[in-house]
Write a protein that binds this ligand. Structure first.
Ligand SMILES: [Zn+2]
Length: 95
């Protein structure tokens, strides 16, 4: 069943998939990666790897909190409400 534009009642409606959000979630740094990266840096500079582990975990926590605030609300919104774009009047709507 094709959705119909609520503005001009045209059936020329395309699904508006937000690819920019998908690319952001693909490039999200994992906490594991950050910790191993920090430990690797500490080994390289002959610093106690424990410091790197703690620093990496702290950094991962900060990034996670930032991501939850910045990325999660639009992702949840996109998952719950599929967006549609009318190709006749450029009206964007969700069902
Ligand atoms: Zn329309």
């Amino acid at each position: 069943m094709k959705p119909i534009c609520p503005n001009c009642h045209s059936s020329h409606v395309i699904e508006n998939i937000d690819t920019s959000m998908q690319s952001i979630s693909e490039h999200v740094l994992s906490p594991k990666l950050l910790v191993s990266l920090s430990v690797g840096v500490c080994k390289y500079y002959k610093i106690n790897p424990m410091i790197g582990m703690v620093a990496g975990s702290a950094l991962a926590t900060v990034i996670n909190l930032a991501q939850q605030r910045l990325i999660q609300p639009p992702l949840i919104k996109a998952a719950v409400l599929p967006r549609y774009l009318c190709s006749t009047c450029q009206h964007s709507f969700s069902l």
